[in-house]
Design a protein around this ligand. Structure first.
Ligand code: VTB
Ligand code: MG
Ligand code: MG
Length: 322
């Protein structure tokens, strides 16, 4: 468990610094600036770590992303890890000052995270009791019945998170017709997957089409939490179809948690940028800021919520919250 034990707190520093940088621009209406601030901060801290890291999920291919591009090598040298990042999961939400934006990272040993191409993916995420009992190829109503049975509640008492997009019109209708309720989100299906996997958040599943890189990050979290993701690539063009094949992906295949995050060691971390269901956003105060993060390990089986106070100036005061 070398990777997890050594890097768990280091990895939180990465998401914390990215959240601090991105949140400075929250509500300022410029989503590119938000993304750039988060990406720069993430890369700076990753480069300080005692790792030989390689980006497998990042901001894009080398020719389209100046930083954290796929294949970029990071760190001071040391343990070999693969890195999946989304420096700002919810750039539009952050730019608009809306809830649920986070910074996200997952690391594993080499080969422990699927190299998903940046395209759409159809997803089904369920909490631990329903893992193995649902099937992406079934009708929506059948999955909701299976989920309800697993959670020992009625379909009417299920809430399903769906990205609010025209492409989901039919899915939303089907969920509602089956008797369940829908929680529409503007962005951010990674943190939604996390919310569905843990108790007490009031949501029980995520359905619909979102980003494939986000699917791998969700899988890393679900592996640690014990939930399940099932996913299928949905390339939109011939070019995407070819790119998927080139990366060893198969359009007809259902990818499960273990396929997307096969690592024996996985660390997943996220820090809130704006307030959300699981994480509070960055709160600045005179001379400092407070961040809220979650970090977990698959092999070490610990989920930590970390409340950090960052003192930027001497004289800044720590506040204990009750
Ligand atoms: C998806 C989703 C992300 O953006 O990638 C979405 O997985 C993009 O979908 O969580 P659209 O093209 O419909 O906007 C996020 O919501 C944020 O990156
Ligand atoms: Mg991003
Ligand atoms: Mg994203």
């Amino acid at each position: 468990m070398e990777i997890e034990r050594r890097l768990v707190l280091e990895v939180v520093r990465v998401t914390e610094q990215a959240a601090l940088a991105a949140s400075r621009l929250a509500g300022k209406g410029d989503k590119e600036a938000v993304d750039q601030a988060g990406t720069e901060a993430m890369r700076r801290v990753l480069n300080e770590l005692p790792i030989r890291g390689r980006v497998v999920i990042g901001e894009g291919e080398m020719d389209e992303a100046p930083m954290l591009y796929i294949g970029e090598e990071l760190g001071q040298g040391g343990v070999e890890v693969d890195i999946a990042v989304d420096p700002v999961e919810g750039t539009t939400t952050t730019a608009k000052g809306l809830p649920n934006a986070v910074t996200v990272i997952a690391i594993s040993e080499r080969g422990g995270l699927f190299h998903a191409p940046d395209m759409y993916m159809e997803k089904l995420v369920v909490p631990p009791p329903a893992a193995g009992l649902v099937d992406l190829t079934w009708p929506v109503s059948a999955n909701l019945k299976a989920l309800a049975l697993a959670l020992q509640r009625s379909v009417e008492d299920l809430v399903v998170v769906v990205l609010d997009r025209p492409r989901h019109e039919r899915l939303i209708r089907e969920i509602r017709e089956a008797g369940a309720r829908v929680k529409l989100i503007t962005d951010g299906d990674v943190i939604a997957a996390l919310a569905a996997a843990v108790r007490g958040t009031g949501v029980h599943a995520v359905m619909g089409i979102g980003g494939a890189p986000e699917g791998v990050l969700a899988a890393a979290a679900l592996k640690c939490l014990g939930g399940e993701i099932q996913a299928r690539f949905t390339p939109q063009t011939e070019e995407e179809r070819a790119r998927l094949r080139a990366m060893g992906g198969d359009e007809t295949r259902i990818y499960r948690t273990e396929d997307l995050a096969p690592g024996r060691e996985i660390v997943f971390a996220a820090t809130g940028i704006t307030d959300g269901d699981i994480l509070q956003g960055v709160r600045f105060f005179g001379g400092g800021a407070r961040t809220h993060s979650v970090v977990m390990g698959y092999a070490t089986r610990v989920v930590r919520f970390i409340d950090s106070i960052h003192l930027f100036e001497t004289g800044a005061r720590v506040t204990i919250r009750v």
